[in-house]
Write a protein that binds this ligand. Structure first.
Ligand SMILES: *Cc1c(COP(=O)(O)O)cnc(C)c1O
Length: 425
């Protein structure tokens, strides 16, 4: 490996000499110090991803609300809060995390189809910025809860623009058959209903059409559909203060070529301007695109198991740490932290969990030996936040690198931690 080779699309993750680094931290050293599996994130990569959106919105009234379900670790939230972000949350638990990380509740928007009364109450009491409401039934309950507290809940209606984001069916959310949002045809009626309820104050409109979107067309189509509705609702006498276009922008996992955030928004803002909405308060809810390529998961090779049909490379990370391959047949690149010379052998990289679905990568040509450390790339989003204790595996530790400093931001969970809340009868 030549020296100072950044990985494609990931300038903060690079080989220097024969060692893979995240910023100024050598990953082999972090693995030795903290053990594996270990998540390592680059603060500079997160801020660079955010900066692309900030450039895209320069001169506009825009609030970026990080969709924290992508990675909700407190120090990650702290980085985004300090950079001025609000947060898109989907549970009361996520709201508690925002507050613990020093986030501003007034910049929080609460999405999700199944908010409980208790969650609504909690959010109203701390004064969150907006509820993104997903059904007419939810409007009634929210109004009632707000009146019970002597408050008015700020609401936006999540409309379903019925566009195909051309992504994996499990992460496509803006089509008619999805559980999310209010159908385009029913939106005006829902707005009239919302405006009539005493506990609600209509402030916005939102949509979110899916995730890992790598083409700008679905965004442009969704924007047209949403702006049509804004015009319709406002001509019915209901003013809409902000327009929220959701998240969903994809990242490069395996040669994917999503538009850059600033280029995408240049296109979208041209359309907004042309339709006369360019000076509105805008909101977006990016998740994956802010953190996905800022993180790697380090894992040690435990055993090489040659076979007649397949060779297996058994590593110490598993589907409980990296759930995306098992859940979505997702692809993560896997590279050695300290490459060895040689052409290698083709392996299936698998974890120790007792499920055939426990694989990290299929058919990967690698020159490896037991004891080597591998880096699973693009592991900053929807990995740790989806991690579980299946097989009574404690969740991994996490490191945030800032230049040459490596901060431990989450300790490794012990077996005892995993059953600390249980008791014998
Ligand atoms: C998950 C989600 C997002 C973020 O999606 P990404 O693909 O990670 O950008 C934004 N808004 C809502 C409502 C979501 O459910």
């Amino acid at each position: 490996m030549t020296s100072n080779t950044a990985l494609p699309g990931q300038p903060h993750i690079a080989y220097a000499g024969d060692q893979l680094h995240v910023e100024g931290a050598a990953l082999s050293q972090l693995a030795r110090e903290h053990g594996t599996p270990l998540f390592v994130y680059s603060k500079a990569a997160m801020l660079a991803a955010l900066a692309a959106y900030q450039r895209g919105f320069a001169g506009r009234q825009a609030q970026i609300c990080y969709a924290m379900k992508a990675n909700s670790s407190l120090a990650i939230l702290q980085v985004f809060a300090e950079a001025g972000c609000g947060f898109d949350i989907v549970s009361g638990g996520e709201l508690a995390r925002v507050l613990a990380a020093g986030g501003d509740p007034a910049k929080v928007i609460f999405s999700g189809v199944g908010k409980t009364r208790a969650e609504m109450k909690q959010a109203l009491q701390v004064g969150i910025g907006c509820f993104n409401v997903e059904s007419e039934a939810e409007l009634d309950v929210l109004s009632e809860v707000a009146m019970g507290l002597g408050k008015q809940a700020p609401v936006s209606l999540r409309v379903n623009p019925n566009v195909d984001p051309k992504t994996h069916p499990y992460i496509s959310t803006g089509l008619k058959g999805n559980k999310f949002g209010i159908a385009h045809e029913e939106a005006l009626r829902a707005y009239r209903h919302a405006a009539s309820l005493p506990g609600l104050k209509v402030v916005g409109i939102d949509c979110h059409i899916g995730s890992q979107i790598t083409d700008s067309t679905p965004y442009l189509d969704a924007m047209d559909r949403v702006l049509d509705l804004v015009a319709e609702v406002e001509s019915a006498g209901i003013p809409i203060h902000h327009i929220d276009f959701g998240g969903g922008l994809g990242i490069n996992y395996n040669g994917d070529t999503p538009p850059e955030a600033d280029a995408l928004w240049a296109q979208l803002l041209t359309k907004l301007d042309a339709r006369g909405y360019g000076q509105r308060q805008l909101m977006i809810e990016p998740g994956r695109s802010l953190v996905g390529n800022a993180g790697v998961c380090l894992t040690e090779v435990l055993y090489l198991k040659p076979g007649e049909q397949k060779n297996f490379c058994i590593v110490d990370a598993a589907m409980n740490d990296l759930p995306r391959p098992a859940m979505y047949q997702a692809f993560h690149q896997i590279v050695p932290v300290t490459p060895r010379p040689g052409d290698g052998v083709v392996y299936d990289v698998v974890g120790p969990v007792c499920e055939s679905g426990d694989w990290i990568g299929h058919d990967r040509q690698m020159q490896v030996a037991a004891g080597d450390v591998l880096a699973v790339l693009s592991a900053g989003a929807y990995c740790m936040s989806m991690a579980s204790n299946y097989n009574t595996r404690g969740r991994a530790a996490e490191i945030l690198v800032d230049g040459t400093k490596a901060h431990l931001i989450r300790q490794r969970e012990s077996a005892f931690d995993t059953f600390a809340l249980e008791q014998l009868v």
